[in-house]
Write a protein that binds this ligand. Structure first.
Ligand code: OOG
Ligand code: MG
Length: 250
């Protein structure tokens, strides 16, 4: 079994892969990992961001839809962190060359609130774009590899927050480039109802002792397969929630 030292070395390697925009070999090709070990590597990676001055802004679920599980050949939901440096605003430009082999996904974001008696609740909801970028060659990984690599998390853009009225199911969603729909689906493909992703997010966070609190963002996972990031105006639309867009350049 690999040691704590191996975990921190692999976390460093993953961080360097992000910085240098250069893919590495799968960890699963070098050692036998299990899921708790993969989350320990992810935790070490997260700490390296925080020690460098970044801060946590929330969490993400991945592989919560059939389309996503099939696309990457991993059959279970996974959990990762979101740090401030990953967030981009709609008026920013997203540079493809900042990443290795980026893909984009249509997502729903929740913002959490906290009340003394009731605890955490969903305060607001928004359409979101997630940019994923595996740090492994050819975007190939097993479940432990992808957890260690923070679930391929690379960047995200959140649309306008709106007060949460209790419902996130059965919302048609699409991702388009220059007005052409690339993938379309329905929010129900996220675990049957994105609220199940919210419940799962809280559950995994508590198992991992991951701090979610008032103001935390939670991405529910993509409703469709991810698309290759290409130059143009990238937009995600969620019926009833509106849309969010960003310009992508080389
Ligand atoms: C893993 C990350 C998946 C999602 O929304 O399903 C994810 C990957 O596909 O590389 O973010
Ligand atoms: Mg995602």
């Amino acid at each position: 079994m690999p040691s704590q030292l191996d975990f921190s070395q692999w976390a460093d390697e993953l961080r360097q892969a992000v910085i240098k925009r250069s893919a590495i070999a799968q960890l699963s090709s070098r050692a036998q990992l299990d899921i708790p070990a993969a989350y320990q590597i992810q935790h070490a990676l997260m700490n390296s961001y925080i020690n460098a001055g970044d801060h946590l802004v929330g969490a993400k679920l991945g592989l919560t839809s059939e389309a996503k599980m099939q696309q990457v050949g991993v059959n279970q939901p996974i959990f990762g962190y979101l740090v401030a440096s990953m967030q981009r605003q709609s008026h920013h430009v997203l540079k493809r060359s900042d990443f290795i082999h980026p893909r984009a996904e249509p997502e729903i974001a929740f913002r959490l609130g906290y009340k003394e008696v009731a605890g955490l609740f969903i305060e607001a909801i928004a359409p979101a774009i997630e940019i994923i970028d595996s740090r492994y060659h050819n975007f190939k990984f097993d479940v432990c590899d992808v957890i260690a690599d923070n679930c391929s998390g690379a960047a995200f853009i959140i649309g306008e927050w709106q007060p949460f009225m209790g419902r996130a199911n059965n919302l048609p969603m699409a991702i388009s480039l220059d007005g052409q729909i690339q993938e379309s689906g329905n929010s129900n493909s996220i675990l049957g109802d994105p609220l199940k992703a919210y419940a799962m997010g809280l559950d995994v966070a508590s198992q991992l002792r991951f701090p979610l609190g008032a103001g935390s963002i939670l991405l529910a996972g993509a409703a469709t397969a991810a698309i290759t990031l290409k130059v143009g105006r990238l937009e995600v639309t969620v019926e009833g929630l509106g849309s969010v867009a960003i310009q992508v350049t080389d």
